[in-house]
Ligand binder design. Structure first.
Ligand code: ARG
Length: 588
């Protein structure tokens, strides 16, 4: 397998070899402590860390190590009281480039091979607008799924649709009394999937209004909930209809966003209903859930409210109904027992942190979540409007997701018009759409996950800075250079005897770090690290391209080397964008 960080491993190998010649066996196998450095390609602090044990000074140890390193593919110099500055020989870096460009995985390993990973993301609620909060879980979840799968994990996507709850009593009762109420758009298409979701949301609002204003209606709505839970066929039929229409509309939005979720990934709340009684009984029998004010609750020593009173997880409400928590316990058990998860990630709003802490702790006590299985809440911050205000329409309503996407596409179209390009007709339209959707996704992913994030379309479609449009341009520019390469120029291979320009060196070292960054995203579940890396790569490429003529390089050999460097940059940008779920058009 290709090394994840070939240049660093090479430097480590060489320092380790020198350690073997200089140090006694008890010390020579220690970590060579090699890190990227600003003063050279890498720096090793091993002399500082081992001098004491070796009975010498850092300076003297660094000096002997340096002598052992001299003359190889590693040029070492000393700095400070015992640091080794390590610079790889030009030929070593050109060979790394040659190896890397023959590796379809671009240096990314498979550290998660065989780890069965359930990822819970999106989970919109039916008959309530799919709003910007659901955009974050959907976009972050989609990127994590792509990264984890690329790192070898066996990924199971789960869309925990909110398709159950007391709001359905209200909706179904309202439809029963107002059969003419418009809620179903005829033949929704991708473009008006948002209208369908909105129509359902409108129904929710009128039903909610009637529920608050009219006690008679409220009573009938409550009876409707009981009928639904008791499996009344006529009630269930309307419920099924509402769910089916919503799911279809959500799917159209997923397709428009280019996220990998399909109907097959749906594991809606209602699918766990048959298990809620048994979950509750088991918790009671084990003494984990106790009755409190008519409700069935689980208490925790370390979970208390501001008043110091314990905050319970409510498994069954005082009216006998089950809620979100009971469903999540059944869900967790299903993921461990049936889906055989080794690890479960919940990509859900940070405001649900306490809920998950209590659900995981309860499931551990009940034995549904054994120690070998890891359950993690992967939280994210709130979406804010421009200026850091809560994200609302002027009238105070939720902002429609599909309208935001329309606005982003318009913004991208305007940004494209500022640049000279030869795109026309359908291709122009396709690129504008990819740029608009990519801008929204990239803006979300490039913000540190835990932070609140400001949804600002003008900034998203900007051609400057760490934006999706900038990254797509950077990629398209590399492809344009490659299209102009003379026949066969890329097939000559890499000439490792040529001197290396500092801008080429910086670019090769950065390309070398791709695998390490992808691995980090897979460990920390933070896609913004990949965005930061790609942005740095695009900038390093710009510098390289400014300093080092490619098509007009002074010799054919150098032109070939530089073209290979361009191609690897293009492939790395494209792969990186793909792992973020952002398209990388060939031309822009
Ligand atoms: N429907 C929930 C919401 O909109 C998200 C579901 C998250 N997943 C879970 N297993 N609870 O907040």
């Amino acid at each position: 397998m290709t090394e994840v960080l070939a240049a660093k491993s090479l430097a480590e190998g060489l320092v380790s070899a020198a350690m073997g010649r200089v140090l006694p066996p008890s010390l020579s196998r220690r970590d060579p402590v090699v890190r990227a450095s600003e003063h050279a390609d890498f720096q090793s602090n091993v002399a500082l860390s081992l001098a004491g044990s070796a009975g010498t000074t850092p300076r003297a140890l660094a000096q002997s190590l340096r002598q052992e390193l001299d003359g190889g593919p590693l040029l070492a110099s000393l700095s400070g009281p015992g640091f080794l500055n390590l610079t790889l020989a030009d030929s070593a870096l050109w060979s790394l480039l040659a190896d890397r460009s023959a590796d379809p995985r671009l240096g990314v390993g498979r550290p998660l091979a065989g780890v069965r990973t359930v990822v819970d993301y999106s989970g919109p609620n039916i008959a309530k607008e799919m709003h910007v909060g659901h955009l974050r879980t959907t976009v972050i979840g989609d990127s994590l799924v792509r990264v984890l799968a690329f790192l070898g994990a066996d990924v199971v996507r789960q869309n925990h649709l909110g398709d159950w709850g007391t709001q359905f009593g209200m909706l179904i009762q309202y439809l029963d009394e107002h059969p003419e109420a418009p809620w179903r758009c005829s033949d929704p298409t991708v473009a008006d999937a948002g209208d369908q979701v909105s129509a359902l949301d409108g129904l929710y609002r009128v039903a909610r209004g009637a529920f608050t204003a009219d006690p008679g209606f409220a009573e009938r709505a409550r009876r409707r909930v009981v009928a639904l839970q008791a499996g009344d066929e006529a009630t269930l039929a309307v419920w099924r209809d509402l769910v089916a229409v919503s799911s279809e509309a959500f799917q159209l939005l997923y397709d428009r966003l280019g996220v990998q979720l399909t109907r097959a990934d749906e594991a809606a709340e209602s699918s766990y209903n048959p298990y809620l009684d048994e979950i509750t009984e088991a918790l009671v029998a084990a003494g984990i859930a106790v009755e409190s004010d008519g409700a069935l609750c689980v208490f925790f020593d370390d979970v208390t409210g501001p008043d110091g009173e314990p905050v319970p997880l409510i498994v069954r409400k005082d009216d006998g109904g089950f809620g979100y928590a009971a469903t999540d316990l059944a869900t967790l058990r299903h993921r461990v027992d049936t889906l055989k998860a080794d690890r479960i990630l919940y990509v859900v709003d940070a405001r649900q942190a306490l809920h998950f802490r209590m659900v995981f702790a309860t499931a551990r006590r009940a034995g549904w979540l054994p120690d070998r299985v890891e359950a993690v809440h992967v939280p994210f911050g709130t979406v804010m409007g421009p200026g850091g205000t809560p994200f609302k329409t002027r009238a105070g309503g939720t902002v429609r997701l599909s309208e935001l996407l329309d606005a982003a596409e318009d913004g991208a179209r305007a940004a494209l018009a500022e640049k000279s390009h030869d795109l026309t007709g359908a291709e122009l339209e396709r690129v504008a759409r990819a740029a608009g959707i990519g801008a929204v996704k990239y803006a979300d992913l490039s913000t540190s996950r835990a932070k609140n994030y400001v949804f600002d379309i003008d900034q998203m479609v900007s051609l400057q800075g760490n934006t999706g449009v900038y990254m797509q341009y950077a990629h398209a520019r590399v492809r344009a250079i490659l299209r102009k390469a003379p026949e066969g120029a890329l097939d000559r291979g890499v000439d490792t005897a040529l001197p290396l320009h500092p801008a080429e060196r910086a670019l090769i070292l950065l390309l070398d770090g791709f695998g390490a960054v992808v691995g980090e995203v897979g460990r920390e579940w933070e896609p913004h690290r990949l965005c930061g890396y790609l942005f740095a790569l695009a900038k390093a490429f710009t510098e390289f391209y400014g300093d080092c003529p490619v098509l007009k390089a002074p010799t054919d050999e150098l032109r070939s080397n530089r073209l290979v460097l361009c191609r690897l940059t293009g492939d790395t940008l494209a792969r990186g964008l793909d792992l973020l779920g952002v398209e990388a058009p060939e031309r822009m």
